[in-house]
Design a protein. Sequence first.
Lengths: 323, 226
Amino acid sequence: MIALAYVWWLAAFVFAAAAYFDLRARRWSNALFWALMAVVFAAGDTILAADKAGDRLPTQLAGVAVVVLALLAGTGRMRRNPPCTADSGLREASAQRLGHRLFGPALMIPLVTTMLVVLAPYLASDSWRLFPAGNATVQALAMGCVLAALYALHVTRSRPSQAMRESSRLLDQLSWAVVLPMLLAALGGVFESTGVGNAVASLIGQIIATDSRLACTIAYGLGMVVFTMIMGNAFAAFPVMASGIGLPLLIRQHGADPAVVGAIGMLTGYCGTLLTPMAANFNIVPAVLLELKDSYGVIRMQTVTALLLAAVNITLLYILAFR
Amino acid sequence: MNYWPLLGVASVVAGFALRLNPMLVVVAAGFVSGFAAGMSLPDQLALLGKSFVSTRAPLLIVLTLPVIGLLEHAGLREHAQRWIAGLYYMSLSLLLICYMALRQVLGALGLTSIGGHAQTVRPLIAPMAEASARKTAPGLDATQRERTRALAAATDNVGLFFGEDIFVAFGAVLLIQSFYAANGITLEPLSIAIWAIPTAIAAFLIHALRIVVFQYGLKRSAETRP
């Protein structure tokens, strides 16, 4: 059986390799950053188990590690690898030689992942399962990546150490941006525990004119957009806005269709996701991955689509919920 | 009601507006709202550490990096560009609109892992988009190149966001259902998911139109340039 823990160890190994190559290149800050990530990933389950058992020291140390990661990134001590352009001649020649065979491993990641997700329920006998019960996506993605890596090694006739060197190069190019989504999700957890969501909901409840259907619909839609932008995630915004405006005002007072309020409300929140740097894995990480000079470049291209769609959504909400 | 934790939200907004390092902004905002809620420092460190360790899943894109790195080293992006440049009927708008449609349809079937910024956009879609933009505007300048690549990433996001909600077993649909269940309203997942279709169609039309307009802008700039 492929447990979730193996996947975390595999990720820890990728981070550890980056730490090793940075150590050899005497980039101390980068090496420390990736080493901390490797430890957090490898020891994660142990840390959470200890926390459940009442021992808070490991989670506190993890908190200290997060602060160190932020300081390493924030003080500009991490050196970002420039995208290498030196051996473009070699790459051209290799592209000529390998041709379409290069697409194989790249397409293998999504295809194998998808196949395994679909087939997961059948990859089991009475006492044995390939993946533990429940959501298999994470393990399937890991399997897809491992198989694709093996195939890529075969196609490019490279040694395994070359694969680790390349992934370390990419990690140093992405630098701290790759960790940002995880940190933002953690901030969402902190906000929730400190009562930020409740405070926002009660503020909104005090402001809007509750006896107008249209005002409530607009407040609900715009609230989803703005609160999603703040939290970086429509999932975090939905319970707050739905319990603040959707349920008491739209559904209970004005008789709106709950299914429409839920579905279109969530999708209006997604328009906010397109607009915020807080949704780092969709908006900031790709800007770094695509080597854009403007880290808000992806958001800029999404702004018009998001605003138009938010307007359409609020209109749809008003028409469909009170049909 | 204690409103002071909202200072954490204010510090996030201020930090991003001032373009401070996001990592520092996020950690600082966590501490601001923690202190405002009256938590002690050890409690806050434990909360931060626990939240961080519990959310490791978004970082699994690092598992794709060895594959993508190897293939890029062997010339994947160069090959993708040359291949698209050789297809006479392929244009930027055709490429991106087809990709968005594919992403929406597969997302609606629950197959969201089939694309992504690290898996498909960086190695394939962005270089292809660049090569097809060069057909419209042979003298693609640095700004246009940057905007073309950003548009490729934006198209992936739009396709993903407004397709996956139609899938009944998707997290958002189940979140909506469980929220209503907790408040005494029983709904079938399918009855929620069906209402995502009008928005999905609107998102496709709006973004497709924007892609066409973008390509038209490239064409105009290529014609006016001597």
